[in-house]
Design a protein around this ligand. Structure first.
Ligand code: AGP
Length: 604
Protein backbone atom coordinates (compact mmCIF):
# COMPACT_ATOMS: atom_id res chain seq x y z
CA UNK A 1 0.00 0.00 0.00
CA UNK A 2 1.02 3.63 -0.12
CA UNK A 3 4.20 4.61 1.67
CA UNK A 4 4.95 7.87 3.42
CA UNK A 5 8.46 9.18 3.98
CA UNK A 6 8.99 12.67 5.41
CA UNK A 7 12.03 14.35 6.91
CA UNK A 8 12.86 17.49 8.86
CA UNK A 9 16.54 18.36 9.13
CA UNK A 10 17.54 19.76 12.53
CA UNK A 11 20.89 20.94 11.18
CA UNK A 12 19.90 22.69 7.96
CA UNK A 13 20.60 19.93 5.43
CA UNK A 14 18.65 19.29 2.23
CA UNK A 15 16.18 16.53 2.97
CA UNK A 16 15.18 15.41 -0.54
CA UNK A 17 17.92 12.75 -0.86
CA UNK A 18 16.88 11.22 2.47
CA UNK A 19 13.21 11.29 1.49
CA UNK A 20 14.05 9.49 -1.75
CA UNK A 21 16.03 6.91 0.22
CA UNK A 22 13.09 6.42 2.60
CA UNK A 23 10.75 5.89 -0.35
CA UNK A 24 13.22 3.37 -1.80
CA UNK A 25 13.29 1.59 1.56
CA UNK A 26 9.50 1.41 1.44
CA UNK A 27 9.29 0.09 -2.12
CA UNK A 28 8.33 -3.32 -0.77
CA UNK A 29 4.96 -1.91 0.26
CA UNK A 30 3.98 -1.80 -3.42
CA UNK A 31 3.32 1.33 -5.53
CA UNK A 32 2.74 2.63 -9.00
CA UNK A 33 3.73 6.30 -8.76
CA UNK A 34 5.63 8.57 -6.42
CA UNK A 35 6.34 12.17 -5.54
CA UNK A 36 8.25 14.53 -3.29
CA UNK A 37 7.39 18.01 -2.00
CA UNK A 38 9.77 20.28 -0.08
CA UNK A 39 9.48 23.78 1.31
CA UNK A 40 12.20 25.39 -0.74
CA UNK A 41 14.59 28.11 0.33
CA UNK A 42 12.15 30.82 -0.83
CA UNK A 43 9.49 29.25 1.39
CA UNK A 44 7.52 27.98 -1.60
CA UNK A 45 6.26 24.47 -2.09
CA UNK A 46 8.31 22.70 -4.70
CA UNK A 47 6.56 19.56 -5.94
CA UNK A 48 7.71 16.81 -8.32
CA UNK A 49 5.82 13.61 -9.02
CA UNK A 50 5.20 11.01 -11.69
CA UNK A 51 4.33 7.44 -12.63
CA UNK A 52 6.85 4.64 -12.29
CA UNK A 53 9.63 3.42 -10.07
CA UNK A 54 11.57 5.69 -7.72
CA UNK A 55 14.90 5.18 -9.49
CA UNK A 56 13.46 6.20 -12.83
CA UNK A 57 11.57 9.16 -11.36
CA UNK A 58 14.57 10.30 -9.33
CA UNK A 59 16.58 10.48 -12.55
CA UNK A 60 13.89 12.13 -14.66
CA UNK A 61 12.59 14.56 -12.05
CA UNK A 62 15.90 15.12 -10.29
CA UNK A 63 14.44 14.75 -6.81
CA UNK A 64 17.91 15.00 -5.29
CA UNK A 65 18.32 18.53 -6.58
CA UNK A 66 15.28 19.81 -4.70
CA UNK A 67 16.45 22.26 -2.02
CA UNK A 68 14.77 22.52 1.37
CA UNK A 69 15.15 21.44 4.99
CA UNK A 70 11.64 20.09 5.36
CA UNK A 71 9.83 17.76 2.99
CA UNK A 72 7.39 14.93 2.44
CA UNK A 73 7.37 12.04 -0.01
CA UNK A 74 4.96 9.34 -1.04
CA UNK A 75 4.67 6.13 -3.01
CA UNK A 76 1.11 5.63 -4.24
CA UNK A 77 -0.77 2.35 -4.66
CA UNK A 78 -3.84 3.48 -6.58
CA UNK A 79 -7.26 3.09 -4.97
CA UNK A 80 -9.25 6.14 -6.11
CA UNK A 81 -8.31 7.42 -9.57
CA UNK A 82 -6.12 5.96 -12.29
CA UNK A 83 -2.35 5.67 -12.15
CA UNK A 84 -1.40 9.12 -13.47
CA UNK A 85 1.03 11.86 -12.65
CA UNK A 86 -1.79 14.09 -11.39
CA UNK A 87 -3.16 11.44 -9.06
CA UNK A 88 0.29 10.79 -7.58
CA UNK A 89 0.91 12.40 -4.16
CA UNK A 90 1.68 14.88 -2.64
CA UNK A 91 -1.45 16.93 -3.31
CA UNK A 92 -1.79 20.67 -2.85
CA UNK A 93 -4.49 23.25 -2.13
CA UNK A 94 -5.64 26.01 -4.53
CA UNK A 95 -2.96 28.44 -3.34
CA UNK A 96 -0.13 25.91 -3.50
CA UNK A 97 0.55 26.61 0.17
CA UNK A 98 -0.19 23.21 1.64
CA UNK A 99 1.11 19.82 0.48
CA UNK A 100 -0.21 16.53 1.82
CA UNK A 101 0.81 12.89 1.41
CA UNK A 102 -1.71 10.34 2.62
CA UNK A 103 -2.07 6.58 3.05
CA UNK A 104 -5.57 5.18 3.56
CA UNK A 105 -8.99 5.94 2.17
CA UNK A 106 -11.20 8.97 2.93
CA UNK A 107 -14.66 7.44 2.66
CA UNK A 108 -16.67 10.69 2.66
CA UNK A 109 -14.45 12.51 0.17
CA UNK A 110 -17.19 12.97 -2.44
CA UNK A 111 -19.46 15.00 -0.16
CA UNK A 112 -16.51 17.05 1.16
CA UNK A 113 -15.29 17.67 -2.38
CA UNK A 114 -18.73 18.77 -3.59
CA UNK A 115 -19.08 21.21 -0.70
CA UNK A 116 -15.59 22.64 -1.29
CA UNK A 117 -16.26 22.94 -5.03
CA UNK A 118 -19.38 24.97 -4.24
CA UNK A 119 -17.10 27.22 -2.18
CA UNK A 120 -14.87 27.72 -5.22
CA UNK A 121 -12.10 25.16 -4.69
CA UNK A 122 -10.61 23.73 -7.87
CA UNK A 123 -9.69 20.04 -7.86
CA UNK A 124 -7.05 18.69 -10.22
CA UNK A 125 -7.18 14.97 -9.44
CA UNK A 126 -9.59 12.06 -9.00
CA UNK A 127 -8.17 11.12 -5.62
CA UNK A 128 -9.84 11.08 -2.24
CA UNK A 129 -6.70 12.62 -0.72
CA UNK A 130 -6.98 15.94 -2.51
CA UNK A 131 -9.84 17.01 -0.26
CA UNK A 132 -7.43 17.19 2.70
CA UNK A 133 -5.28 20.19 1.62
CA UNK A 134 -8.39 21.98 0.37
CA UNK A 135 -10.26 21.34 3.60
CA UNK A 136 -7.37 22.72 5.62
CA UNK A 137 -7.08 25.71 3.27
CA UNK A 138 -10.77 26.36 3.91
CA UNK A 139 -10.42 25.99 7.68
CA UNK A 140 -7.45 28.36 7.69
CA UNK A 141 -9.71 31.14 6.36
CA UNK A 142 -11.04 31.56 9.92
CA UNK A 143 -7.61 32.68 11.06
CA UNK A 144 -7.05 29.53 13.00
CA UNK A 145 -3.62 27.93 13.30
CA UNK A 146 -2.57 25.09 11.03
CA UNK A 147 -2.89 22.69 13.96
CA UNK A 148 -6.46 23.79 14.71
CA UNK A 149 -7.35 23.64 11.02
CA UNK A 150 -5.88 20.16 10.77
CA UNK A 151 -7.79 19.02 13.85
CA UNK A 152 -11.05 20.42 12.48
CA UNK A 153 -10.44 18.62 9.17
CA UNK A 154 -9.66 15.35 10.93
CA UNK A 155 -12.93 15.50 12.83
CA UNK A 156 -14.73 15.73 9.50
CA UNK A 157 -12.83 12.97 7.71
CA UNK A 158 -14.29 9.47 7.75
CA UNK A 159 -12.18 6.45 6.84
CA UNK A 160 -8.53 5.66 7.38
CA UNK A 161 -5.50 7.87 7.16
CA UNK A 162 -1.87 8.34 7.92
CA UNK A 163 -0.90 11.76 6.63
CA UNK A 164 1.94 14.24 6.64
CA UNK A 165 1.61 17.87 5.68
CA UNK A 166 3.89 20.82 5.06
CA UNK A 167 2.78 24.40 4.59
CA UNK A 168 4.28 27.81 3.91
CA UNK A 169 2.10 29.16 6.76
CA UNK A 170 4.25 27.43 9.37
CA UNK A 171 7.37 26.44 7.46
CA UNK A 172 9.30 25.01 10.39
CA UNK A 173 6.98 22.08 10.97
CA UNK A 174 5.75 18.82 9.50
CA UNK A 175 2.21 18.14 10.62
CA UNK A 176 0.91 14.60 10.90
CA UNK A 177 -2.13 12.52 11.80
CA UNK A 178 -2.93 8.86 12.07
CA UNK A 179 -6.17 6.91 12.16
CA UNK A 180 -6.07 3.19 11.27
CA UNK A 181 -3.21 3.52 8.74
CA UNK A 182 0.28 3.17 10.22
CA UNK A 183 2.63 6.09 10.90
CA UNK A 184 5.83 6.14 12.96
CA UNK A 185 8.33 8.84 13.91
CA UNK A 186 12.11 8.27 13.98
CA UNK A 187 14.41 10.58 15.92
CA UNK A 188 18.13 11.30 16.01
CA UNK A 189 20.29 14.40 16.54
CA UNK A 190 20.31 15.36 12.88
CA UNK A 191 16.75 14.70 11.71
CA UNK A 192 13.21 13.77 12.53
CA UNK A 193 11.57 11.24 10.20
CA UNK A 194 7.95 10.29 9.64
CA UNK A 195 7.17 7.11 7.77
CA UNK A 196 4.66 4.36 7.19
CA UNK A 197 7.05 1.75 8.48
CA UNK A 198 10.23 1.55 10.56
CA UNK A 199 12.58 0.14 7.84
CA UNK A 200 12.19 3.49 6.02
CA UNK A 201 14.66 5.14 8.43
CA UNK A 202 16.35 2.20 10.13
CA UNK A 203 19.70 3.14 8.61
CA UNK A 204 19.68 6.42 10.56
CA UNK A 205 17.92 5.63 13.82
CA UNK A 206 16.32 2.92 15.94
CA UNK A 207 14.66 5.45 18.27
CA UNK A 208 11.00 5.34 17.35
CA UNK A 209 7.64 6.77 18.39
CA UNK A 210 4.75 4.56 17.30
CA UNK A 211 1.77 6.84 16.77
CA UNK A 212 -1.63 5.56 17.77
CA UNK A 213 -5.11 5.92 16.32
CA UNK A 214 -6.35 9.48 16.72
CA UNK A 215 -2.87 10.96 17.20
CA UNK A 216 -2.13 14.22 15.44
CA UNK A 217 0.37 17.03 15.90
CA UNK A 218 3.61 18.28 14.42
CA UNK A 219 7.36 17.87 14.57
CA UNK A 220 9.72 20.82 14.54
CA UNK A 221 13.46 21.14 15.21
CA UNK A 222 13.10 20.81 18.98
CA UNK A 223 9.61 19.60 19.51
CA UNK A 224 7.47 16.54 18.90
CA UNK A 225 3.97 17.68 19.71
CA UNK A 226 1.37 14.90 19.93
CA UNK A 227 -2.29 15.16 20.86
CA UNK A 228 -5.10 12.66 20.44
CA UNK A 229 -8.53 13.32 18.97
CA UNK A 230 -10.27 10.98 21.40
CA UNK A 231 -8.12 11.15 24.51
CA UNK A 232 -7.41 14.66 25.85
CA UNK A 233 -5.01 13.26 28.45
CA UNK A 234 -2.42 12.46 25.71
CA UNK A 235 0.29 15.14 25.85
CA UNK A 236 3.14 13.17 24.27
CA UNK A 237 4.16 9.67 23.23
CA UNK A 238 7.19 7.84 24.56
CA UNK A 239 9.84 6.57 22.21
CA UNK A 240 11.10 3.00 22.11
CA UNK A 241 14.37 1.57 20.87
CA UNK A 242 13.54 -1.07 18.25
CA UNK A 243 15.67 -4.21 18.15
CA UNK A 244 15.74 -4.42 14.37
CA UNK A 245 19.05 -3.39 12.85
CA UNK A 246 19.88 -1.72 9.57
CA UNK A 247 21.49 -4.96 8.34
CA UNK A 248 18.29 -6.88 9.06
CA UNK A 249 16.45 -4.66 6.62
CA UNK A 250 19.13 -4.93 3.91
CA UNK A 251 19.75 -7.59 1.29
CA UNK A 252 22.99 -8.81 2.87
CA UNK A 253 24.56 -10.01 -0.38
CA UNK A 254 21.45 -11.75 -1.72
CA UNK A 255 20.01 -10.71 -5.04
CA UNK A 256 16.58 -10.20 -3.51
CA UNK A 257 15.04 -9.70 -0.09
CA UNK A 258 12.85 -12.72 -0.71
CA UNK A 259 15.81 -15.04 -1.15
CA UNK A 260 17.50 -13.55 1.89
CA UNK A 261 14.36 -14.05 3.95
CA UNK A 262 13.95 -17.66 2.76
CA UNK A 263 17.52 -18.27 3.96
CA UNK A 264 16.93 -16.50 7.25
CA UNK A 265 14.32 -19.07 8.28
CA UNK A 266 16.58 -21.25 10.43
CA UNK A 267 17.41 -18.17 12.50
CA UNK A 268 13.94 -16.58 12.45
CA UNK A 269 12.31 -19.84 13.60
CA UNK A 270 14.91 -20.31 16.33
CA UNK A 271 14.45 -16.75 17.60
CA UNK A 272 10.67 -16.96 17.40
CA UNK A 273 10.49 -20.12 19.51
CA UNK A 274 12.63 -18.49 22.21
CA UNK A 275 10.65 -15.26 22.13
CA UNK A 276 7.28 -16.98 22.20
CA UNK A 277 8.30 -19.14 25.16
CA UNK A 278 8.82 -15.90 27.11
CA UNK A 279 5.40 -14.50 26.21
CA UNK A 280 3.23 -17.52 26.86
CA UNK A 281 1.96 -16.31 30.25
CA UNK A 282 -1.78 -15.90 30.26
CA UNK A 283 -2.27 -17.44 26.81
CA UNK A 284 -3.17 -20.93 27.97
CA UNK A 285 -5.68 -19.46 30.40
CA UNK A 286 -7.36 -17.59 27.54
CA UNK A 287 -7.48 -20.80 25.46
CA UNK A 288 -8.82 -22.67 28.45
CA UNK A 289 -11.67 -20.32 29.20
CA UNK A 290 -12.90 -19.82 25.66
CA UNK A 291 -16.17 -21.25 24.38
CA UNK A 292 -15.32 -21.03 20.68
CA UNK A 293 -11.88 -20.24 19.27
CA UNK A 294 -11.37 -18.61 15.88
CA UNK A 295 -8.09 -18.00 14.08
CA UNK A 296 -8.45 -14.90 11.98
CA UNK A 297 -6.07 -13.77 9.24
CA UNK A 298 -5.50 -12.93 5.57
CA UNK A 299 -3.31 -14.40 2.83
CA UNK A 300 -0.26 -16.28 4.04
CA UNK A 301 -1.22 -15.58 7.64
CA UNK A 302 -4.52 -17.33 6.92
CA UNK A 303 -2.68 -20.42 5.70
CA UNK A 304 -0.60 -20.38 8.88
CA UNK A 305 -3.87 -20.09 10.81
CA UNK A 306 -5.36 -22.99 8.88
CA UNK A 307 -2.31 -24.96 9.91
CA UNK A 308 -3.11 -23.85 13.48
CA UNK A 309 -6.61 -25.28 13.13
CA UNK A 310 -5.26 -28.67 11.96
CA UNK A 311 -2.52 -28.71 14.60
CA UNK A 312 -4.95 -27.78 17.39
CA UNK A 313 -7.32 -30.52 16.17
CA UNK A 314 -4.53 -33.12 16.49
CA UNK A 315 -4.65 -32.49 20.23
CA UNK A 316 -8.41 -32.40 20.49
CA UNK A 317 -8.64 -28.61 20.67
CA UNK A 318 -11.45 -27.29 18.49
CA UNK A 319 -10.83 -24.06 16.60
CA UNK A 320 -11.72 -22.60 13.25
CA UNK A 321 -9.57 -20.57 10.87
CA UNK A 322 -11.40 -17.84 9.00
CA UNK A 323 -10.36 -15.39 6.31
CA UNK A 324 -10.58 -11.92 7.87
CA UNK A 325 -12.63 -10.36 5.08
CA UNK A 326 -15.31 -13.09 5.45
CA UNK A 327 -15.41 -13.07 9.22
CA UNK A 328 -18.45 -10.82 9.70
CA UNK A 329 -20.66 -12.66 7.22
CA UNK A 330 -19.46 -16.14 8.14
CA UNK A 331 -19.55 -16.08 11.92
CA UNK A 332 -20.14 -12.46 12.98
CA UNK A 333 -23.59 -13.18 14.38
CA UNK A 334 -22.27 -15.98 16.63
CA UNK A 335 -19.49 -14.04 18.33
CA UNK A 336 -19.92 -13.19 21.98
CA UNK A 337 -17.94 -12.46 25.12
CA UNK A 338 -17.09 -16.10 25.76
CA UNK A 339 -15.24 -16.49 22.49
CA UNK A 340 -11.54 -16.14 21.81
CA UNK A 341 -10.16 -14.77 18.56
CA UNK A 342 -6.52 -15.33 17.67
CA UNK A 343 -5.63 -12.64 15.14
CA UNK A 344 -2.58 -13.56 13.07
CA UNK A 345 -0.92 -10.79 11.09
CA UNK A 346 2.72 -10.27 10.12
CA UNK A 347 2.34 -6.51 9.83
CA UNK A 348 -0.34 -6.09 12.47
CA UNK A 349 -1.85 -3.48 10.17
CA UNK A 350 -4.00 -5.46 7.70
CA UNK A 351 -7.29 -3.57 7.43
CA UNK A 352 -9.51 -6.65 6.95
CA UNK A 353 -8.04 -8.33 10.01
CA UNK A 354 -8.25 -5.20 12.17
CA UNK A 355 -11.85 -4.58 11.17
CA UNK A 356 -12.93 -8.10 12.08
CA UNK A 357 -11.02 -7.97 15.38
CA UNK A 358 -12.57 -4.64 16.32
CA UNK A 359 -15.98 -6.10 15.65
CA UNK A 360 -15.22 -9.13 17.83
CA UNK A 361 -13.97 -6.87 20.57
CA UNK A 362 -17.16 -4.84 20.52
CA UNK A 363 -19.01 -8.11 21.02
CA UNK A 364 -16.88 -8.67 24.11
CA UNK A 365 -14.71 -11.50 22.74
CA UNK A 366 -11.16 -11.90 24.08
CA UNK A 367 -8.34 -11.39 21.61
CA UNK A 368 -4.82 -12.74 21.22
CA UNK A 369 -2.61 -11.11 18.57
CA UNK A 370 0.26 -12.92 16.88
CA UNK A 371 2.33 -10.42 14.96
CA UNK A 372 5.84 -9.54 13.88
CA UNK A 373 5.68 -5.82 14.60
CA UNK A 374 5.92 -4.34 18.11
CA UNK A 375 3.36 -1.61 18.69
CA UNK A 376 1.38 -2.39 15.52
CA UNK A 377 -2.37 -1.69 15.49
CA UNK A 378 -3.31 -5.30 16.23
CA UNK A 379 -1.44 -5.19 19.54
CA UNK A 380 -3.62 -2.34 20.70
CA UNK A 381 -6.81 -4.27 20.02
CA UNK A 382 -5.63 -7.45 21.71
CA UNK A 383 -5.88 -8.54 25.34
CA UNK A 384 -2.62 -10.37 24.87
CA UNK A 385 0.01 -9.98 22.15
CA UNK A 386 2.70 -12.39 21.08
CA UNK A 387 5.52 -10.78 19.11
CA UNK A 388 7.38 -13.23 16.87
CA UNK A 389 11.10 -12.91 16.34
CA UNK A 390 11.17 -13.07 12.55
CA UNK A 391 12.75 -9.62 12.13
CA UNK A 392 11.75 -7.21 9.37
CA UNK A 393 10.26 -8.88 6.30
CA UNK A 394 10.72 -6.69 3.26
CA UNK A 395 9.84 -9.08 0.42
CA UNK A 396 6.18 -8.66 -0.46
CA UNK A 397 5.75 -12.42 -0.53
CA UNK A 398 5.74 -13.61 3.06
CA UNK A 399 8.23 -16.42 3.73
CA UNK A 400 10.00 -16.32 7.07
CA UNK A 401 6.95 -14.89 8.80
CA UNK A 402 4.86 -17.87 7.63
CA UNK A 403 7.21 -20.31 9.31
CA UNK A 404 7.40 -18.10 12.41
CA UNK A 405 3.60 -18.03 12.62
CA UNK A 406 3.49 -21.82 12.32
CA UNK A 407 6.19 -22.17 14.99
CA UNK A 408 4.23 -19.83 17.29
CA UNK A 409 0.94 -21.68 16.86
CA UNK A 410 2.71 -25.01 17.35
CA UNK A 411 4.28 -23.73 20.54
CA UNK A 412 0.86 -22.67 21.86
CA UNK A 413 -0.85 -25.96 21.18
CA UNK A 414 2.02 -28.08 22.47
CA UNK A 415 2.05 -26.06 25.69
CA UNK A 416 -1.72 -26.45 26.03
CA UNK A 417 -1.53 -30.18 25.28
CA UNK A 418 1.26 -30.69 27.83
CA UNK A 419 -0.86 -29.04 30.50
CA UNK A 420 -3.57 -31.51 29.61
CA UNK A 421 -1.28 -34.44 30.14
CA UNK A 422 -0.37 -35.22 26.52
CA UNK A 423 3.10 -36.55 25.86
CA UNK A 424 4.51 -33.79 23.69
CA UNK A 425 8.10 -33.66 24.92
CA UNK A 426 9.43 -35.21 21.74
CA UNK A 427 7.80 -32.58 19.50
CA UNK A 428 8.53 -29.70 21.86
CA UNK A 429 12.21 -30.65 21.93
CA UNK A 430 12.21 -31.03 18.16
CA UNK A 431 10.65 -27.56 17.80
CA UNK A 432 13.58 -26.14 19.74
CA UNK A 433 16.11 -27.58 17.29
CA UNK A 434 14.12 -27.76 14.05
CA UNK A 435 16.09 -24.77 12.68
CA UNK A 436 19.05 -27.08 12.08
CA UNK A 437 16.98 -29.27 9.78
CA UNK A 438 15.55 -26.21 8.01
CA UNK A 439 19.16 -25.35 7.21
CA UNK A 440 19.63 -28.84 5.72
CA UNK A 441 16.46 -28.54 3.65
CA UNK A 442 17.77 -25.29 2.19
CA UNK A 443 21.10 -26.87 1.34
CA UNK A 444 19.62 -30.01 -0.21
CA UNK A 445 16.91 -28.39 -2.29
CA UNK A 446 18.06 -25.02 -3.58
CA UNK A 447 19.88 -26.28 -6.66
CA UNK A 448 17.01 -28.61 -7.48
CA UNK A 449 14.53 -25.73 -7.23
CA UNK A 450 16.65 -23.78 -9.66
CA UNK A 451 16.68 -26.74 -12.05
CA UNK A 452 12.94 -27.20 -11.84
CA UNK A 453 12.44 -23.52 -12.65
CA UNK A 454 13.84 -24.34 -16.13
CA UNK A 455 10.70 -26.42 -16.66
CA UNK A 456 8.20 -24.41 -14.66
CA UNK A 457 8.89 -21.05 -16.21
CA UNK A 458 7.22 -22.15 -19.45
CA UNK A 459 4.05 -23.33 -17.69
CA UNK A 460 0.92 -21.30 -17.09
CA UNK A 461 -0.90 -23.54 -14.62
CA UNK A 462 -0.17 -25.85 -11.72
CA UNK A 463 -2.02 -27.75 -9.01
CA UNK A 464 -0.77 -28.02 -5.46
CA UNK A 465 -2.26 -30.93 -3.54
CA UNK A 466 -2.10 -31.72 0.14
CA UNK A 467 -4.06 -33.54 2.82
CA UNK A 468 -4.42 -32.77 6.50
CA UNK A 469 -1.36 -30.92 7.79
CA UNK A 470 -0.09 -30.96 4.19
CA UNK A 471 -2.98 -28.89 2.85
CA UNK A 472 -2.06 -25.43 4.24
CA UNK A 473 1.49 -26.08 3.02
CA UNK A 474 0.19 -26.75 -0.50
CA UNK A 475 -1.94 -23.61 -0.29
CA UNK A 476 1.00 -21.47 0.76
CA UNK A 477 3.17 -22.98 -1.99
CA UNK A 478 0.55 -22.14 -4.61
CA UNK A 479 0.17 -18.59 -3.30
CA UNK A 480 3.91 -18.02 -3.65
CA UNK A 481 3.84 -19.25 -7.25
CA UNK A 482 0.90 -16.97 -8.09
CA UNK A 483 2.24 -13.91 -6.32
CA UNK A 484 5.71 -13.71 -7.74
CA UNK A 485 5.88 -15.98 -10.83
CA UNK A 486 2.37 -15.09 -12.06
CA UNK A 487 1.60 -18.73 -12.75
CA UNK A 488 -1.97 -19.77 -12.13
CA UNK A 489 -1.43 -22.14 -9.24
CA UNK A 490 -4.37 -23.69 -7.45
CA UNK A 491 -4.23 -25.62 -4.23
CA UNK A 492 -6.73 -28.37 -3.48
CA UNK A 493 -7.31 -30.95 -0.80
CA UNK A 494 -5.94 -33.95 -2.69
CA UNK A 495 -9.15 -35.94 -2.27
CA UNK A 496 -11.19 -33.09 -3.71
CA UNK A 497 -9.11 -32.89 -6.87
CA UNK A 498 -11.07 -35.68 -8.57
CA UNK A 499 -14.30 -33.71 -8.12
CA UNK A 500 -13.54 -31.33 -10.95
CA UNK A 501 -9.97 -30.00 -11.09
CA UNK A 502 -8.65 -33.21 -12.65
CA UNK A 503 -10.48 -32.27 -15.86
CA UNK A 504 -7.63 -29.88 -16.66
CA UNK A 505 -4.89 -32.45 -16.27
CA UNK A 506 -3.38 -33.54 -19.56
CA UNK A 507 0.15 -34.26 -20.73
CA UNK A 508 2.78 -32.47 -18.60
CA UNK A 509 0.35 -30.51 -16.41
CA UNK A 510 2.38 -29.72 -13.24
CA UNK A 511 0.97 -31.23 -10.05
CA UNK A 512 2.81 -30.54 -6.80
CA UNK A 513 2.17 -33.00 -3.98
CA UNK A 514 2.99 -32.39 -0.33
CA UNK A 515 3.39 -35.97 0.84
CA UNK A 516 3.52 -36.65 4.56
CA UNK A 517 4.17 -40.12 5.98
CA UNK A 518 1.18 -39.99 8.27
CA UNK A 519 -2.38 -41.29 8.12
CA UNK A 520 -2.96 -39.35 4.89
CA UNK A 521 -0.09 -41.00 3.02
CA UNK A 522 -1.95 -43.68 1.06
CA UNK A 523 -4.86 -41.44 0.13
CA UNK A 524 -2.37 -38.82 -1.03
CA UNK A 525 -0.74 -41.40 -3.27
CA UNK A 526 -4.07 -42.34 -4.79
CA UNK A 527 -4.65 -38.69 -5.78
CA UNK A 528 -1.18 -38.36 -7.29
CA UNK A 529 -1.58 -41.64 -9.20
CA UNK A 530 -4.84 -40.35 -10.63
CA UNK A 531 -3.07 -37.22 -11.82
CA UNK A 532 -0.12 -39.15 -13.18
CA UNK A 533 -2.26 -41.55 -15.18
CA UNK A 534 -3.73 -38.54 -17.01
CA UNK A 535 -0.29 -37.27 -17.94
CA UNK A 536 0.37 -35.02 -14.92
CA UNK A 537 3.96 -33.96 -14.28
CA UNK A 538 4.33 -34.87 -10.61
CA UNK A 539 6.57 -32.83 -8.32
CA UNK A 540 6.60 -34.10 -4.77
CA UNK A 541 7.95 -32.86 -1.48
CA UNK A 542 8.47 -35.95 0.64
CA UNK A 543 10.53 -37.61 3.35
CA UNK A 544 14.05 -38.55 2.32
CA UNK A 545 13.46 -42.30 2.61
CA UNK A 546 10.09 -42.32 0.86
CA UNK A 547 11.00 -44.49 -2.15
CA UNK A 548 7.42 -45.05 -3.27
CA UNK A 549 6.69 -41.35 -3.63
CA UNK A 550 9.96 -40.74 -5.42
CA UNK A 551 9.20 -43.57 -7.87
CA UNK A 552 5.85 -41.99 -8.60
CA UNK A 553 7.24 -38.48 -9.08
CA UNK A 554 8.93 -36.85 -12.04
CA UNK A 555 10.71 -34.53 -9.67
CA UNK A 556 11.11 -34.67 -5.91
CA UNK A 557 12.36 -32.56 -3.02
CA UNK A 558 13.43 -34.27 0.17
CA UNK A 559 12.80 -33.49 3.82
CA UNK A 560 14.50 -35.24 6.76
CA UNK A 561 12.62 -38.12 8.42
CA UNK A 562 10.18 -37.72 11.30
CA UNK A 563 8.61 -34.43 10.27
CA UNK A 564 5.29 -35.84 9.13
CA UNK A 565 3.64 -34.10 12.07
CA UNK A 566 2.69 -30.55 13.09
CA UNK A 567 6.26 -29.37 12.47
CA UNK A 568 5.95 -30.26 8.77
CA UNK A 569 5.25 -26.74 7.38
CA UNK A 570 8.52 -25.45 8.84
CA UNK A 571 10.39 -27.66 6.36
CA UNK A 572 8.03 -28.70 3.58
CA UNK A 573 7.22 -25.14 2.60
CA UNK A 574 10.87 -24.26 2.00
CA UNK A 575 11.32 -26.06 -1.38
CA UNK A 576 8.00 -24.56 -2.53
CA UNK A 577 9.23 -21.06 -1.66
CA UNK A 578 12.48 -21.70 -3.55
CA UNK A 579 10.68 -23.09 -6.61
CA UNK A 580 8.45 -19.99 -6.80
CA UNK A 581 11.45 -17.72 -6.33
CA UNK A 582 13.60 -19.31 -9.04
CA UNK A 583 10.67 -19.59 -11.43
CA UNK A 584 10.06 -15.85 -11.03
CA UNK A 585 13.75 -15.18 -11.71
CA UNK A 586 13.70 -17.40 -14.79
CA UNK A 587 10.67 -15.45 -15.99
CA UNK A 588 12.68 -12.26 -15.50
CA UNK A 589 10.32 -10.98 -12.82
CA UNK A 590 11.25 -9.07 -9.69
CA UNK A 591 10.06 -11.24 -6.77
CA UNK A 592 10.45 -8.40 -4.29
CA UNK A 593 8.04 -6.18 -6.17
CA UNK A 594 5.23 -8.25 -7.63
CA UNK A 595 2.70 -6.32 -9.68
CA UNK A 596 -0.52 -5.11 -8.01
CA UNK A 597 0.54 -6.34 -4.58
CA UNK A 598 1.39 -4.46 -1.42
CA UNK A 599 3.21 -5.68 1.65
CA UNK A 600 0.66 -4.44 4.14
CA UNK A 601 -2.84 -4.13 2.83
CA UNK A 602 -4.19 -1.21 4.84
CA UNK A 603 -7.42 -0.76 2.88
CA UNK A 604 -10.47 -3.02 2.89
C1 AGP B 1 1.74 -13.06 1.42
O1 AGP B 1 2.77 -13.46 0.60
C2 AGP B 1 1.04 -11.85 0.97
N1 AGP B 1 1.89 -10.76 0.80
C3 AGP B 1 -0.27 -11.54 1.69
O2 AGP B 1 -1.14 -12.59 1.40
C4 AGP B 1 -0.21 -11.35 3.23
O3 AGP B 1 0.09 -12.54 3.86
C5 AGP B 1 -1.57 -10.79 3.69
O4 AGP B 1 -1.81 -9.57 3.08
C6 AGP B 1 -1.65 -10.67 5.20
O5 AGP B 1 -0.73 -9.76 5.72
P1 AGP B 1 -0.44 -9.67 7.27
O6 AGP B 1 0.14 -10.95 7.70
O7 AGP B 1 0.52 -8.52 7.40
O8 AGP B 1 -1.75 -9.41 7.95
Amino acid sequence: MCGIGACLSRIGENVAPKIVKMLKNLEYRGYDSAGVAVLDLDNKISLRKGVGKIDKLAKELKFDEMKGFIGIGHTRWATHGAVTKFNAHPHVDCLNEIAVAHNGIIENYIEIRERLERLGHKFLTQTDTEVIPHLIEENLKNNSSVLESLKKALIELKGAYALVLITRREPDKIFFARFFSPLVIGINDRDIYLASDIPAFLEWTRKVIILQDGDYGFVSRDNIYVRNLFDPSVKSRNWVLVEWTKEMAEKGGYQHYMLKEIHEQPESIRRTVIMVSKQINGVIELLENAKDVYLLAAGTSYYASLHGQYAFAKYGFKSRAIVSSEFLEEVGSFIDKDDLIIGVSQSGETADTLKALRYAREKGARIIAITNVVGSAITRIADKSIIMGAGPEIGVAATKTFTSQVATLNYLILTWAKEHGADVDYLMNKLLVVHKDVERVLEKNEKKAKNLSEIMYKRNNAYYLGRGIGLPIAMEGALKMKEIAYIHAEAYPAGESKHGPIALVTHDFPVFGVVLKDETYHRMHIALEEMKSRGGFIVSVNEVNDQDTMRLSDYHFVIPENYSNILAPLLYVVPLQLIAYYTAIKRRLDPDRPRNLAKSVTVE
